[in-house]
Design a protein around this ligand. Structure first.
Ligand SMILES: *Cc1c(COP(=O)(O)O)cnc(C)c1O
Length: 463
Protein backbone atom coordinates (compact mmCIF):
# COMPACT_ATOMS: atom_id res chain seq x y z
CA UNK A 1 0.00 0.00 0.00
CA UNK A 2 1.36 3.39 -0.97
CA UNK A 3 1.55 5.59 2.08
CA UNK A 4 0.88 9.29 1.91
CA UNK A 5 3.98 11.44 2.15
CA UNK A 6 4.35 12.12 5.86
CA UNK A 7 4.88 15.82 6.63
CA UNK A 8 7.61 16.80 9.06
CA UNK A 9 4.95 17.93 11.52
CA UNK A 10 1.50 16.40 11.72
CA UNK A 11 -0.89 18.88 13.29
CA UNK A 12 -4.50 18.04 14.04
CA UNK A 13 -7.12 20.75 13.81
CA UNK A 14 -8.69 22.27 16.90
CA UNK A 15 -11.85 20.29 16.10
CA UNK A 16 -9.83 17.09 16.24
CA UNK A 17 -8.77 17.60 19.87
CA UNK A 18 -10.21 14.46 21.49
CA UNK A 19 -13.52 14.85 23.33
CA UNK A 20 -12.76 12.11 25.81
CA UNK A 21 -9.85 10.65 27.74
CA UNK A 22 -8.98 6.98 27.40
CA UNK A 23 -9.25 4.86 30.53
CA UNK A 24 -6.97 1.88 29.88
CA UNK A 25 -8.25 0.17 33.05
CA UNK A 26 -11.45 -0.66 31.18
CA UNK A 27 -9.33 -3.11 29.14
CA UNK A 28 -7.11 -4.56 31.86
CA UNK A 29 -7.81 -8.17 32.87
CA UNK A 30 -6.01 -7.69 36.16
CA UNK A 31 -6.80 -4.39 37.85
CA UNK A 32 -4.10 -3.17 40.20
CA UNK A 33 -4.86 -3.88 43.87
CA UNK A 34 -6.65 -1.03 45.69
CA UNK A 35 -5.06 1.65 47.85
CA UNK A 36 -4.93 0.59 51.48
CA UNK A 37 -5.54 2.77 54.50
CA UNK A 38 -2.37 2.17 56.56
CA UNK A 39 -4.30 2.50 59.84
CA UNK A 40 -6.83 -0.24 59.07
CA UNK A 41 -5.11 -2.05 56.16
CA UNK A 42 -8.50 -2.00 54.44
CA UNK A 43 -9.06 -0.58 50.93
CA UNK A 44 -9.48 3.20 51.01
CA UNK A 45 -13.07 4.28 50.64
CA UNK A 46 -14.27 7.04 48.38
CA UNK A 47 -15.00 9.16 51.46
CA UNK A 48 -11.43 8.81 52.72
CA UNK A 49 -9.96 9.75 49.37
CA UNK A 50 -12.32 12.73 49.08
CA UNK A 51 -10.78 14.26 52.21
CA UNK A 52 -7.53 14.64 50.28
CA UNK A 53 -8.54 14.91 46.61
CA UNK A 54 -11.31 16.55 44.58
CA UNK A 55 -14.38 14.39 44.27
CA UNK A 56 -14.43 14.18 40.48
CA UNK A 57 -10.79 13.05 40.48
CA UNK A 58 -11.61 10.37 43.06
CA UNK A 59 -14.44 9.09 40.85
CA UNK A 60 -12.03 8.91 37.94
CA UNK A 61 -9.43 7.25 40.17
CA UNK A 62 -11.84 4.46 41.06
CA UNK A 63 -13.40 4.02 37.61
CA UNK A 64 -12.41 0.66 36.14
CA UNK A 65 -15.21 0.19 33.66
CA UNK A 66 -15.63 3.19 31.31
CA UNK A 67 -13.15 3.36 28.46
CA UNK A 68 -14.25 6.85 27.45
CA UNK A 69 -14.41 9.64 29.99
CA UNK A 70 -15.68 12.90 28.61
CA UNK A 71 -13.45 15.97 28.69
CA UNK A 72 -15.63 18.88 29.88
CA UNK A 73 -15.87 21.91 27.59
CA UNK A 74 -14.27 24.07 30.30
CA UNK A 75 -11.13 21.93 30.08
CA UNK A 76 -11.16 21.69 26.27
CA UNK A 77 -11.29 25.49 26.20
CA UNK A 78 -8.01 25.61 28.13
CA UNK A 79 -6.51 22.77 26.08
CA UNK A 80 -7.08 24.86 22.95
CA UNK A 81 -4.42 27.31 24.18
CA UNK A 82 -1.69 24.72 23.77
CA UNK A 83 -3.20 21.69 22.07
CA UNK A 84 -3.22 19.78 19.81
CA UNK A 85 0.50 19.21 20.14
CA UNK A 86 2.47 18.23 17.04
CA UNK A 87 3.47 14.71 16.13
CA UNK A 88 6.84 15.08 14.43
CA UNK A 89 8.57 12.73 12.02
CA UNK A 90 12.22 12.80 13.02
CA UNK A 91 13.52 12.84 9.44
CA UNK A 92 16.79 14.54 10.42
CA UNK A 93 17.49 12.12 13.26
CA UNK A 94 16.73 9.17 10.98
CA UNK A 95 19.15 10.55 8.42
CA UNK A 96 21.89 11.15 10.98
CA UNK A 97 21.52 7.59 12.31
CA UNK A 98 21.24 6.22 8.76
CA UNK A 99 18.55 3.86 10.03
CA UNK A 100 15.78 2.10 8.12
CA UNK A 101 13.52 2.80 11.12
CA UNK A 102 10.85 5.49 10.97
CA UNK A 103 10.96 7.64 14.08
CA UNK A 104 8.12 9.84 15.34
CA UNK A 105 7.86 11.91 18.49
CA UNK A 106 4.96 13.60 20.19
CA UNK A 107 6.16 16.98 21.46
CA UNK A 108 4.53 18.24 24.67
CA UNK A 109 6.92 21.13 25.36
CA UNK A 110 5.04 23.83 23.43
CA UNK A 111 3.60 25.65 26.42
CA UNK A 112 5.14 27.95 29.02
CA UNK A 113 5.36 25.23 31.68
CA UNK A 114 7.49 23.38 29.14
CA UNK A 115 6.05 19.93 29.66
CA UNK A 116 3.10 17.55 29.39
CA UNK A 117 2.11 18.31 32.99
CA UNK A 118 -0.30 21.06 31.97
CA UNK A 119 -2.67 18.37 30.61
CA UNK A 120 -3.51 17.15 34.10
CA UNK A 121 -3.01 20.50 35.86
CA UNK A 122 -5.78 21.96 33.68
CA UNK A 123 -8.16 19.14 34.55
CA UNK A 124 -7.44 19.10 38.27
CA UNK A 125 -7.68 22.88 38.71
CA UNK A 126 -10.94 22.88 36.75
CA UNK A 127 -12.48 20.20 38.98
CA UNK A 128 -11.28 21.97 42.16
CA UNK A 129 -12.95 25.16 41.03
CA UNK A 130 -16.11 23.33 40.04
CA UNK A 131 -16.28 21.80 43.52
CA UNK A 132 -16.19 25.30 45.00
CA UNK A 133 -12.76 25.03 46.62
CA UNK A 134 -10.75 28.14 47.43
CA UNK A 135 -7.26 26.72 47.27
CA UNK A 136 -5.16 23.71 46.37
CA UNK A 137 -1.71 22.50 47.41
CA UNK A 138 0.93 20.49 45.67
CA UNK A 139 4.61 19.62 45.60
CA UNK A 140 7.07 20.12 42.80
CA UNK A 141 10.49 18.60 42.24
CA UNK A 142 12.16 20.01 39.18
CA UNK A 143 9.48 22.71 38.99
CA UNK A 144 7.59 21.74 35.83
CA UNK A 145 4.56 20.51 37.73
CA UNK A 146 4.47 23.59 39.98
CA UNK A 147 4.62 25.82 36.93
CA UNK A 148 1.88 23.90 35.14
CA UNK A 149 -0.42 23.99 38.15
CA UNK A 150 0.30 27.69 38.73
CA UNK A 151 -0.75 28.40 35.13
CA UNK A 152 -3.93 26.37 35.53
CA UNK A 153 -4.74 27.93 38.93
CA UNK A 154 -4.34 31.40 37.45
CA UNK A 155 -6.65 30.47 34.56
CA UNK A 156 -9.41 29.10 36.79
CA UNK A 157 -8.90 31.53 39.71
CA UNK A 158 -7.60 29.38 42.60
CA UNK A 159 -5.01 30.03 45.30
CA UNK A 160 -2.09 27.59 45.11
CA UNK A 161 0.63 26.66 47.63
CA UNK A 162 3.58 24.85 46.04
CA UNK A 163 5.98 22.90 48.24
CA UNK A 164 9.12 22.92 46.14
CA UNK A 165 11.98 20.48 46.87
CA UNK A 166 14.59 22.72 48.48
CA UNK A 167 17.53 21.79 46.22
CA UNK A 168 15.41 22.54 43.17
CA UNK A 169 14.25 25.88 44.56
CA UNK A 170 17.91 26.79 45.07
CA UNK A 171 19.21 25.32 41.80
CA UNK A 172 16.36 26.76 39.74
CA UNK A 173 15.52 30.23 41.04
CA UNK A 174 14.10 31.16 37.65
CA UNK A 175 11.69 28.28 37.68
CA UNK A 176 10.54 29.35 41.12
CA UNK A 177 10.01 32.88 39.83
CA UNK A 178 7.86 31.69 36.93
CA UNK A 179 5.61 29.92 39.44
CA UNK A 180 5.36 33.11 41.52
CA UNK A 181 4.64 35.17 38.44
CA UNK A 182 1.53 33.09 37.82
CA UNK A 183 0.45 33.98 41.36
CA UNK A 184 1.27 30.85 43.34
CA UNK A 185 3.01 30.77 46.74
CA UNK A 186 6.29 28.81 46.74
CA UNK A 187 7.53 27.15 49.97
CA UNK A 188 10.92 25.37 49.88
CA UNK A 189 10.56 21.86 51.38
CA UNK A 190 11.26 20.62 54.01
CA UNK A 191 9.81 23.67 55.73
CA UNK A 192 8.75 24.55 59.24
CA UNK A 193 5.16 25.18 58.09
CA UNK A 194 4.06 21.57 58.63
CA UNK A 195 4.51 18.82 61.19
CA UNK A 196 5.96 16.53 58.48
CA UNK A 197 8.48 19.18 57.43
CA UNK A 198 9.58 19.92 60.99
CA UNK A 199 10.09 16.21 61.69
CA UNK A 200 12.29 15.74 58.63
CA UNK A 201 14.30 18.86 59.49
CA UNK A 202 14.94 17.45 62.97
CA UNK A 203 16.02 14.06 61.63
CA UNK A 204 18.01 15.29 58.62
CA UNK A 205 19.15 18.85 59.30
CA UNK A 206 20.51 20.42 56.14
CA UNK A 207 18.74 17.97 53.80
CA UNK A 208 17.99 19.23 50.30
CA UNK A 209 14.61 17.57 50.48
CA UNK A 210 12.90 15.06 48.21
CA UNK A 211 9.67 14.72 46.31
CA UNK A 212 8.32 12.30 48.90
CA UNK A 213 8.94 14.81 51.67
CA UNK A 214 7.33 17.67 49.74
CA UNK A 215 4.27 15.47 49.10
CA UNK A 216 3.93 14.88 52.84
CA UNK A 217 3.93 18.60 53.49
CA UNK A 218 1.44 19.44 50.75
CA UNK A 219 -0.98 16.71 51.84
CA UNK A 220 -0.79 17.80 55.47
CA UNK A 221 -1.46 21.41 54.51
CA UNK A 222 -4.49 20.39 52.42
CA UNK A 223 -6.13 18.18 55.04
CA UNK A 224 -5.59 20.74 57.81
CA UNK A 225 -6.91 23.72 55.79
CA UNK A 226 -10.50 24.70 55.00
CA UNK A 227 -11.85 24.37 51.47
CA UNK A 228 -8.52 23.06 50.27
CA UNK A 229 -7.47 19.87 48.53
CA UNK A 230 -4.24 18.30 47.42
CA UNK A 231 -3.33 17.85 43.77
CA UNK A 232 -0.76 15.37 42.48
CA UNK A 233 1.11 15.66 39.19
CA UNK A 234 1.76 12.01 38.41
CA UNK A 235 1.49 8.41 39.67
CA UNK A 236 -2.28 8.27 40.29
CA UNK A 237 -4.74 6.73 37.86
CA UNK A 238 -6.66 9.95 37.22
CA UNK A 239 -3.44 11.73 36.24
CA UNK A 240 -2.66 8.95 33.75
CA UNK A 241 -6.21 9.35 32.48
CA UNK A 242 -5.72 13.08 31.82
CA UNK A 243 -2.39 12.35 30.11
CA UNK A 244 -4.12 9.91 27.75
CA UNK A 245 -4.81 12.99 25.60
CA UNK A 246 -1.20 12.54 24.43
CA UNK A 247 -1.86 8.99 23.27
CA UNK A 248 -5.26 9.83 21.80
CA UNK A 249 -3.88 12.63 19.66
CA UNK A 250 -0.92 10.48 18.60
CA UNK A 251 -3.23 7.66 17.56
CA UNK A 252 -5.59 9.94 15.62
CA UNK A 253 -2.63 11.51 13.78
CA UNK A 254 -1.00 8.16 13.00
CA UNK A 255 -4.26 6.58 11.87
CA UNK A 256 -4.76 9.50 9.49
CA UNK A 257 -1.56 8.52 7.67
CA UNK A 258 -1.90 4.77 8.09
CA UNK A 259 1.17 4.59 10.36
CA UNK A 260 1.34 1.73 12.85
CA UNK A 261 3.96 1.93 15.60
CA UNK A 262 5.96 -1.22 16.41
CA UNK A 263 7.66 0.32 19.43
CA UNK A 264 6.44 3.07 21.80
CA UNK A 265 8.90 4.61 24.23
CA UNK A 266 8.44 7.06 27.10
CA UNK A 267 10.42 8.20 30.10
CA UNK A 268 9.09 7.27 33.52
CA UNK A 269 9.07 9.44 36.62
CA UNK A 270 5.77 8.62 38.26
CA UNK A 271 4.60 7.03 35.02
CA UNK A 272 1.85 9.43 33.95
CA UNK A 273 3.23 10.65 30.62
CA UNK A 274 4.24 7.13 29.59
CA UNK A 275 0.92 5.70 30.79
CA UNK A 276 -0.94 8.44 28.91
CA UNK A 277 1.06 8.07 25.70
CA UNK A 278 0.53 4.33 25.52
CA UNK A 279 -3.08 4.21 26.82
CA UNK A 280 -5.14 3.74 23.63
CA UNK A 281 -2.43 1.59 22.00
CA UNK A 282 -2.21 -0.54 25.15
CA UNK A 283 -6.01 -0.90 25.19
CA UNK A 284 -5.75 -2.43 21.71
CA UNK A 285 -2.88 -4.67 22.76
CA UNK A 286 -4.89 -5.93 25.73
CA UNK A 287 -7.69 -6.72 23.26
CA UNK A 288 -5.25 -8.67 21.06
CA UNK A 289 -5.28 -6.09 18.26
CA UNK A 290 -1.56 -5.26 18.12
CA UNK A 291 1.75 -6.47 19.47
CA UNK A 292 3.49 -3.19 20.19
CA UNK A 293 6.70 -3.28 22.24
CA UNK A 294 6.10 -0.70 25.01
CA UNK A 295 9.30 0.51 26.68
CA UNK A 296 9.41 2.73 29.78
CA UNK A 297 12.77 4.35 30.52
CA UNK A 298 13.95 5.34 33.97
CA UNK A 299 17.24 6.77 35.22
CA UNK A 300 19.85 4.30 36.41
CA UNK A 301 20.13 6.53 39.50
CA UNK A 302 16.51 5.92 40.50
CA UNK A 303 15.61 2.47 39.10
CA UNK A 304 12.13 1.99 40.62
CA UNK A 305 10.93 -0.68 38.21
CA UNK A 306 14.15 -2.26 36.91
CA UNK A 307 15.58 -2.85 40.40
CA UNK A 308 12.64 -2.16 42.72
CA UNK A 309 10.14 -4.47 44.40
CA UNK A 310 6.47 -4.92 43.50
CA UNK A 311 4.89 -4.36 46.92
CA UNK A 312 2.60 -2.09 48.90
CA UNK A 313 4.38 1.12 49.86
CA UNK A 314 3.66 4.66 50.96
CA UNK A 315 3.54 7.30 48.24
CA UNK A 316 5.51 9.76 50.41
CA UNK A 317 8.46 9.61 52.77
CA UNK A 318 6.62 10.75 55.92
CA UNK A 319 4.29 7.75 55.54
CA UNK A 320 1.04 9.68 55.73
CA UNK A 321 -0.45 8.76 52.32
CA UNK A 322 -2.34 5.54 51.58
CA UNK A 323 -0.38 2.46 50.58
CA UNK A 324 -0.22 1.74 46.86
CA UNK A 325 0.79 -1.53 45.22
CA UNK A 326 3.60 -0.54 42.90
CA UNK A 327 7.20 -1.02 41.92
CA UNK A 328 9.17 0.89 44.52
CA UNK A 329 12.63 1.47 45.94
CA UNK A 330 11.06 2.11 49.34
CA UNK A 331 9.51 5.36 50.49
CA UNK A 332 12.70 6.10 52.45
CA UNK A 333 14.92 5.86 49.35
CA UNK A 334 16.89 9.08 48.89
CA UNK A 335 17.98 9.28 45.25
CA UNK A 336 21.38 10.75 44.51
CA UNK A 337 21.45 14.18 42.92
CA UNK A 338 20.63 13.57 39.28
CA UNK A 339 19.66 16.16 36.74
CA UNK A 340 16.44 14.50 35.70
CA UNK A 341 14.58 15.92 38.70
CA UNK A 342 11.22 14.86 37.30
CA UNK A 343 12.28 11.23 37.36
CA UNK A 344 13.49 11.08 40.98
CA UNK A 345 10.51 9.31 42.53
CA UNK A 346 10.79 6.14 44.61
CA UNK A 347 7.64 4.49 43.23
CA UNK A 348 5.74 4.04 39.97
CA UNK A 349 2.15 4.38 38.77
CA UNK A 350 0.11 1.36 39.95
CA UNK A 351 -1.35 0.99 36.44
CA UNK A 352 2.09 0.99 34.78
CA UNK A 353 3.36 -1.33 37.53
CA UNK A 354 0.55 -3.83 37.01
CA UNK A 355 0.97 -3.80 33.22
CA UNK A 356 4.69 -4.36 33.66
CA UNK A 357 4.14 -7.12 36.19
CA UNK A 358 1.75 -8.84 33.74
CA UNK A 359 4.29 -8.60 30.92
CA UNK A 360 2.51 -6.06 28.67
CA UNK A 361 5.31 -3.50 28.84
CA UNK A 362 8.95 -3.49 29.81
CA UNK A 363 11.20 -1.13 31.69
CA UNK A 364 14.82 -0.28 30.99
CA UNK A 365 17.21 2.15 32.66
CA UNK A 366 19.64 4.66 31.19
CA UNK A 367 22.75 6.32 32.60
CA UNK A 368 22.91 10.08 32.82
CA UNK A 369 25.90 10.77 30.54
CA UNK A 370 24.51 8.50 27.81
CA UNK A 371 21.18 10.29 28.14
CA UNK A 372 22.89 13.63 27.57
CA UNK A 373 24.83 12.25 24.59
CA UNK A 374 21.42 11.54 23.07
CA UNK A 375 19.99 14.91 24.15
CA UNK A 376 22.76 16.86 22.44
CA UNK A 377 22.60 14.74 19.29
CA UNK A 378 18.85 15.35 19.16
CA UNK A 379 19.12 19.10 19.84
CA UNK A 380 21.59 19.52 17.00
CA UNK A 381 19.63 17.65 14.37
CA UNK A 382 15.97 18.20 15.37
CA UNK A 383 16.38 21.69 16.81
CA UNK A 384 14.51 21.21 20.07
CA UNK A 385 16.51 21.46 23.31
CA UNK A 386 15.06 18.51 25.21
CA UNK A 387 14.47 18.21 28.96
CA UNK A 388 16.83 15.74 30.67
CA UNK A 389 13.78 13.65 31.59
CA UNK A 390 12.57 13.44 27.99
CA UNK A 391 16.08 12.60 26.84
CA UNK A 392 15.80 9.21 28.52
CA UNK A 393 13.21 8.34 25.87
CA UNK A 394 15.39 9.83 23.11
CA UNK A 395 18.31 7.64 24.26
CA UNK A 396 16.32 4.44 23.94
CA UNK A 397 14.65 5.53 20.68
CA UNK A 398 18.13 6.04 19.20
CA UNK A 399 19.29 2.68 20.56
CA UNK A 400 16.26 0.93 19.04
CA UNK A 401 16.77 2.71 15.71
CA UNK A 402 20.42 1.61 15.67
CA UNK A 403 19.32 -1.94 16.43
CA UNK A 404 17.04 -1.74 13.36
CA UNK A 405 20.03 -0.67 11.33
CA UNK A 406 22.23 -3.51 12.61
CA UNK A 407 19.47 -6.06 11.94
CA UNK A 408 18.37 -4.50 8.65
CA UNK A 409 14.82 -4.16 9.97
CA UNK A 410 12.39 -1.35 9.23
CA UNK A 411 10.37 -0.62 12.32
CA UNK A 412 8.20 2.33 13.28
CA UNK A 413 9.18 3.95 16.55
CA UNK A 414 7.10 6.49 18.47
CA UNK A 415 8.46 8.25 21.53
CA UNK A 416 7.19 10.90 23.89
CA UNK A 417 9.17 14.14 23.98
CA UNK A 418 7.72 15.40 27.23
CA UNK A 419 9.35 18.81 27.44
CA UNK A 420 12.06 21.36 26.90
CA UNK A 421 15.24 21.83 28.91
CA UNK A 422 15.65 25.61 29.18
CA UNK A 423 15.70 25.46 32.97
CA UNK A 424 18.23 22.65 32.97
CA UNK A 425 21.23 24.55 31.69
CA UNK A 426 23.26 23.77 34.84
CA UNK A 427 22.99 20.12 33.79
CA UNK A 428 23.97 20.91 30.20
CA UNK A 429 26.87 22.98 31.55
CA UNK A 430 28.20 19.97 33.48
CA UNK A 431 27.86 17.86 30.37
CA UNK A 432 29.60 20.44 28.17
CA UNK A 433 32.38 20.88 30.75
CA UNK A 434 32.88 17.12 30.94
CA UNK A 435 32.21 17.07 34.68
CA UNK A 436 28.98 15.07 34.60
CA UNK A 437 29.06 11.70 36.32
CA UNK A 438 26.76 8.70 36.59
CA UNK A 439 25.45 7.88 40.02
CA UNK A 440 24.22 4.32 40.21
CA UNK A 441 23.07 3.07 43.60
CA UNK A 442 24.76 -0.06 44.90
CA UNK A 443 22.73 -3.04 46.10
CA UNK A 444 23.53 -1.89 49.66
CA UNK A 445 22.10 1.56 48.90
CA UNK A 446 18.94 -0.05 47.57
CA UNK A 447 18.70 -2.34 50.57
CA UNK A 448 18.51 0.70 52.83
CA UNK A 449 15.52 1.94 50.85
CA UNK A 450 13.85 -1.49 50.90
CA UNK A 451 14.00 -1.45 54.68
CA UNK A 452 11.57 1.49 54.68
CA UNK A 453 8.87 -0.59 52.94
CA UNK A 454 6.08 -1.31 55.44
CA UNK A 455 6.12 -4.84 56.85
CA UNK A 456 2.38 -5.31 56.52
CA UNK A 457 0.57 -8.63 55.91
CA UNK A 458 -0.01 -7.72 52.23
CA UNK A 459 3.78 -7.60 51.74
CA UNK A 460 4.53 -10.89 53.44
CA UNK A 461 7.14 -12.88 51.53
CA UNK A 462 7.68 -10.05 49.04
CA UNK A 463 10.29 -7.85 50.74
C1 LIG B 1 7.67 15.51 35.23
C2 LIG B 1 8.33 15.24 33.97
C3 LIG B 1 8.51 13.92 33.55
C4 LIG B 1 8.07 12.73 34.37
O1 LIG B 1 6.74 12.49 34.10
P1 LIG B 1 5.88 11.33 34.74
O2 LIG B 1 4.61 11.50 34.06
O3 LIG B 1 5.80 11.55 36.20
O4 LIG B 1 6.56 10.06 34.45
C5 LIG B 1 9.07 13.71 32.30
N1 LIG B 1 9.46 14.74 31.53
C6 LIG B 1 9.31 16.02 31.91
C7 LIG B 1 9.78 17.10 31.00
C8 LIG B 1 8.73 16.31 33.13
O5 LIG B 1 8.57 17.57 33.50
Amino acid sequence: MATKQIPYKIYLSEEEIPRYWYNVKAHMKNEHPPFLNPATMKPCTKEELCQVFCEECVDQELNEKDEKIEIPEGIRDFYKMFRPSPLIRAYYLEKLLDTPAEIYYKFEGNNTSGSHKLNSAAAQAYYAKKQGLKSITTETGAGQWGTALAMASAFYGLHLDVYMVKVSAEQKPHRKEVIRTYGANVIPSPSDTTEAGRKILREFPGTGGSLGCAISEAVEKAVTSDSCRYVLGSVLDHVLLHQSIIGMESKIAMDKYGVKPDIIIGCMGGGSNFGGLIAPFMGDKLDGKNDIDFIGVEPASCPSVTRGKYVYDFCDSAKITPLAKMYTLGCGFMPSASHAGGLRYHGMSPVVSQLCHDGYLRAVSAEQTKVFDAAVMFAKCEGILPAPESSHAIRVAIDEALKCKAEGKKKTILFGLTGTGYFDMAAYKQYNDGTMSDYIPTDADLQKGFESIPKCPANEGLI
